[in-house]
Design a protein around this ligand. Structure first.
Ligand SMILES: [Zn+2]
Length: 71
C-alpha cells in the first residue's frame, strides 16, 4: 500500500515575527516593538544618544599620526 503524504497546513504563523529584545534578550512585545518594554526602549535610546556624543575622536587621531597615502 502506498502511503500518501498528508500535507500539514495547520501551522498558523503570526503576522509579525517576535524578535528578542535587543536590550535584554526577552521576547519583545507588540506595544514596545522591537523591545520588550518601554524601559528597554528608553534605555537603548539613551545609550545610543550618549554613545553618539562619546565617540573618542582624539584618541583615534593620535594613532593615525602617520599619513598613509595609498592610491
Ligand atoms: Zn528588554
Amino acid at each position: 500500500m502506498a502511503s500518501v503524504p498528508i500535507k500539514t497546513g495547520g501551522k498558523v504563523e503570526p503576522l509579525r515575527k517576535t524578535r528578542p529584545c535587543p536590550e535584554c534578550g526577552k521576547p519583545s512585545s507588540r506595544e514596545h516593538y522591537p523591545f520588550c518594554s518601554d524601559r528597554c526602549r528608553t534605555l537603548d535610546l539613551s545609550r545610543w544618544l550618549k554613545g553618539s556624543y562619546a565617540i573618542p575622536v582624539a584618541e583615534d587621531e593620535a594613532k593615525a599620526d602617520r599619513s598613509d597615502e595609498r592610491e
